[in-house]
Structures are given as C-alpha cells and as structure tokens.
Design a protein around this ligand. Structure first.
Ligand code: XMP
Length: 215
C-alpha cells in the first residue's frame, strides 16, 4: 500500500449503496479501505472488487484457523481482489506461515493482530503481544495491527518489529485514540471507521483527520 495520507477507512456499513457512496466521497483522503465481516456478510465478497476500483482493499477477517483452512480463506480473499488480509497470530507460526505463503504467491500483504484496541484487548493479548509481533517479523508478514488507544504500546511494538514492518492502527475517534498521537508513536497508518462513516460529511471528517496527522 502506498503511503500518501496515512489513513485507512474501516468501512463497517452493511449495505452496498452506503458503502460505495462513502468510499467514493472519501477516496481521495484514504490510502486503503478495510472491509470486514459486517459488509461482506451483508453484501457478499463481490463488494471487494467494486471497492478495489477506488482504493486497495484490506480484508479484515482476522483469520485464525489451522494452516489448511487459513490457506483456503486467504486464497478466496485474494482472488476476490483484496490487496491485503488481517490475520491473528495466536493460532501459531504454522498458521501464520500458511497465510504469508499464499500472500507471497499472489503478491499481496499480511497484517498480524498484536494487541487489540478495545478495553478487553489487554486481558489475553497484552501478555503475548510482543511475542506475536516478533513472530510476525520472523514469518515475513507485511506488518502488524496495534492499538491507537494505547500509543505507548505502539511504541513498544515498533521497538520489536523495527522499521521493516508496517503498523496499522485502529482505535482513533470513536474508541478514544488520537490519530496524531499514534502516528507520533510509530504507526504508519491509522484505521478509522465510525468517526468517518457516521459523519454527516465523511469527506470532511477524513480530511480533518489527515490534517491533524500532518502525515
Ligand atoms: P472504529 O469505528 O472504532 O473502527 O473506528 C475500527 C475498526 O478497526 C477494527 N478494529 C481492529 N482490528 N485489531 C484489528 O485487527 C484491533 O485491535 C482492532 N480494533 C478495532 C474494527 O473491527 C473496526 O473495523
């Protein structure tokens, strides 16, 4: 993904019409559009191809299964036109290896969840976040997902992964995180959903976040 605005739209609306309207309105401000279960379950995987005409798509399926099933999921995601997939790491190195292998075959990207952004993200993830980040490096992932709600954790994870891997960071706005703070802490991109797609003017909301970050 090319870094221009440091902003990824989390498009968690559930219908095609709204999804395409919002994506069109904000496309000049975002470097990628993240789609997940809400939109794909609402409209089918075909929406990925339509959105990919506006911006590269990250498929946030938090893939977390045995290696063979992970392979099958990643193949479907990339065949559908996604540029990247988000996977979990707690399933172990063999599962992650399977995702990375498919991504390399297709020339696509893999981002691995380290510690999640919501309050519950500290319960089980916090003690293993650094280990998962290290595994993402060793496995040859493109980058990791780290919480904008805790910039200090983004700083910790950046120290572990160095500068070769990217950090994409959700939790700005509706979850309380500041885009500028987490970019200063070492994130490459912020991921923003509700603060943009629930706004009366998604384009103005996206532009304001870009201006705040001065990325
Ligand atoms: P909001 O509306 O809170 O949307 O701006 C955030 C988006 O990011 C997803 N999300 C996460 N994904 N690790 C992830 O891989 C996380 O820690 C995390 N926190 C939020 C969320 O599903 C939504 O699409």
């Amino acid at each position: 993904m090319e870094k221009k605005n440091c902003l990824i739209l989390a498009l968690d609306v559930t219908d095609r019409e709204n999804a395409l309207r919002i994506a069109n309105e904000v496309s000049e401000y975002v470097d990628s559009i993240k789609v997940g279960y809400p939109l794909v379950l609402g409209e089918g995987l075909g929406i990925v191809k339509e959105l990919a005409e506006l911006a590269p798509v990250i498929a946030d399926f938090k893939v977390a299964d045995i290696p063979n099933t992970d392979r099958l999921i990643c193949e479907q995601v990339f065949k559908a036109g996604a540029d990247a997939v988000i996977t979990h790491g707690f399933t172990g190195r063999d599962s992650l290896d399977s995702c990375v292998k498919v991504a390399k075959e297709y020339g696509r990207d893999v981002y691995v969840v380290t510690e999640m952004s919501h309050p519950g993200g500290v319960e089980f993830f916090r003690p293993v976040a650094e280990t998962i980040a290290k595994m993402a490096v060793d496995a040859g992932a493109t980058g990791v997902v780290a919480p904008a709600t805790r910039p200090e954790r983004v700083r910790d994870i950046r120290k572990i992964i160095g500068n070769d891997l990217h950090i994409i960071s959700p939790g700005v706005g509706a979850q309380g995180g500041s885009a500028a703070d987490v970019i200063n802490a070492g994130a490459d991109w912020v991921i923003v959903g509700r603060s943009i797609y629930n706004s009366d003017s998604p384009a103005d909301a996206a532009m304001k976040i870009c201006n705040d970050m001065k990325c």
